[in-house]
Design a protein around this ligand. Structure first.
Ligand SMILES: *[C@@H]1O[C@H](CO)[C@@H](O)[C@H](O)[C@H]1NC(C)=O
Ligand SMILES: *[C@@H]1O[C@H](CO)[C@@H](O)[C@H](O)[C@H]1NC(C)=O
Ligand SMILES: *[C@@H]1O[C@H](CO)[C@@H](O)[C@H](O)[C@H]1NC(C)=O
Length: 524
């Protein structure tokens, strides 16, 4: 009965459409709609596309059937390569072949909502590169993988509402930069990461309501992004998780800084040591989104930047960083009485965190006990150097004193020329009878006055030579006296006893031969 009716309707209707195009299957309605040749075959319990649809069809709606599977090259086989819009709502579709849409190069709209898809059929979309409008609502998809829509870069509208989505990969919307409308409402989303939304610069509308948004710092970027880009949302999303103070409040009434996480203080060491008189420096490291404000307290007193700590001390506070902040407290000219607990309190809209630091101010002169190991080592080294220096100076003085007397007797021997064949006395030795050694004569043999020795030795020099000519003295070669001998003799006899002259030379200084330079000159 009903079959007959369908055939009847079809036979009445078909001639009208056949005029410009092909046939219309009996289970379908074929008509012009909005300027498009449209075929509707909805709610017919079809398990496959009906045969005989006109190949010129631009819009095909087969929603409400029992297709379950969309096989390979489905539209190539049915000759429907002119499709621009394809509606496959509520078809119990759980599987779509990677090449199911092959040949649909004109397709701009695809509705796959209310099916049984568990993932975005990304590979299928490679055959519909000009798709602009995609609906995947009401599928149990749960997760959008990274670059899930990269094969349809021209996508402008995307509906992912009611998909039981729990998470969006950070790169979920990479490659669909032209997207203008996005529906994510009715899912299980708790957060959107900054990277997820950064790709969507063209977005004009987004639906985020009906998600259990967890409104802490992790959602802050999304809130900032919505506010900054002034993206409208028809229904304001509300916070269902997160800090109690903002639970069940809508995004619209919250400030980005309300999307906050409680600050955390990273404590390396609670103990700070400094020497009295130095600046005491305590650093508090705070991690917090949004940025926390940091205050310092001592003895219940709030310490203000650049303020007096005591009549002769000041407090400075330096800050660097934002979400990872370092706040440094400086108390100048630390005193032992400043020792105690300093509190760092970090606060943002999500709450606060505090840490106490114990300052120990050590007496600089309180003894070695208050010095560090390095300082003790340094002081010891300085002490050793000082002792060595004193020892060296003492040694030098001692040597100088001991060497002073006979260094004088050696000096003339050094200026003695060796060139004239005169044997130079190597040392003032008693084996050389010609040598009169001044120094030895300071200690004359007992019972004999020193000057007498010269008289004994006087005959060495022949008489008749004027004492001060200084000419070479002829005589037996073995007897030829050195200049020194001559001089000492000449000098010694008339004026001073040799001991006295030696003494005098030591006292008068460095040039003992000054008085008889001429004589020396002729010697050479
Ligand atoms: C202590 O800190 C103040 C202020 O920062 C600075 O002017 C001063 O030079 C510092 N003194 C010492 C000993 O470091
Ligand atoms: C504290 O004051 C100094 C100048 O006195 C300033 O340079 C510094 O930025 C201030 N610190 C804070 C945390 O405001
Ligand atoms: C300082 O902090 C430590 C550890 O957080 C805590 O055990 C101690 O009681 C605190 N001291 C004061 C005076 O609050």
């Amino acid at each position: 009965m009903s079959g007959w009716w369908v055939v009847l309707v079809a036979s009445v209707w078909v001639p009208a459409t056949l005029s410009g195009s092909g046939s219309c299957p009996p289970v379908c309605t074929c008509k012009w709609k909005g300027g498009k040749q449209t075929v509707e075959c909805t709610d017919r319990a079809l398990i496959a596309l009906p045969e005989g649809i006109d190949s010129e069809t631009q819009v095909l709606d087969v929603s409400g059937n029992d297709l379950q599977i969309l096989p390979r090259e489905n539209f190539v086989r049915t000759g429907l390569l002119n499709l621009q819009r394809l509606y496959l709502r509520n078809c119990r579709l759980g599987q779509i072949d990677d090449r199911a849409l092959r040949g649909l190069t004109n397709l701009v709209e695809l509705d796959l909502s209310s099916n049984l898809l568990t993932s975005v059929p990304s590979a299928t979309f490679q055959d519909v590169p000009f798709l602009r409008d995609l609906t995947l609502a009401n599928n149990p998809i749960q997760k959008i993988e990274s670059r899930a829509f990269k094969t349809v870069p021209g996508l402008v509208k995307l509906d992912l509402s009611h998909c039981a989505l729990r998470s969006l990969s950070p790169g979920a919307f990479e490659g669909v930069e032209l997207l203008e409308s996005l529906k994510l409402n009715g899912n299980e989303l708790r957060e959107i990461r900054p990277q997820t939304v950064e790709a969507l610069s063209r977005l004009h509308g987004v639906e985020l309501h009906d998600n259990p948004w967890y409104c802490d710092c992790r959602l802050r970027a999304a809130k900032l992004w919505l506010a900054r880009n002034n993206i409208p949302y028809p229904i304001a999303p509300t916070c269902s998780g997160g800090p109690e103070r903002i639970a069940r409040r809508s995004f619209a009434e919250l400030d980005p800084d309300d999307f906050a996480c409680r600050p955390e203080i990273r404590l390396d060491s609670r103990h700070v040591e400094t020497l009295a008189g130095d600046n005491a420096t305590i650093t508090c490291r705070v991690e917090s989104v949004p940025e926390a404000s940091v205050n310092w307290y001592w003895n219940g007193r709030l310490l203000l930047n650049n303020s007096a700590f005591s009549s002769f001390q000041r407090v400075f506070i330096r800050e660097t960083g934002g979400f990872e902040k370092r706040s440094t407290l400086i108390v100048t000219n630390a005193q032992e009485s400043d020792s105690g607990d300093f509190y760092c309190v970090a606060e943002n809209r999500a709450g606060n965190a505090e840490a106490n630091y114990t300052l120990h101010v050590l007496y600089r002169m309180a003894g070695v006990a208050s010095l560090g190991g390095g300082q003790i080592a340094g002081l010891s080294a300085a002490l050793v150097v000082l002792v060595l220096f004193i020892l060296l100076v003492a040694l030098a003085l001692l040597l100088r004193l001991r060497r002073a007397p006979f260094s004088e007797s050696k000096t003339p021997a050094r200026v003695e020329p060796a060139a004239n064949g005169v044997q130079k006395p190597s040392s003032p030795s008693a084996s050389d009878p010609d040598l009169i050694n001044d120094t030895r004569e300071e200690e004359p043999p007992p019972g004999r006055p020193p000057q007498w020795e010269h008289h004994d030795r006087a005959p060495i020099v022949p008489e008749g030579y004027p004492p001060d000519y200084g000419l070479p003295i002829p005589g037996p070669p073995h007897h030829q006296p050195s200049a020194k001998t001559l001089r000492v003799w000449q000098r010694g006899v008339p004026v001073l006893p040799p001991g006295v002259s030696a003494l005098k030379r030591v006292l008068t200084g460095s040039s003992p031969d000054e008085g008889y330079q001429e004589g020396c000159g002729t010697d050479v």
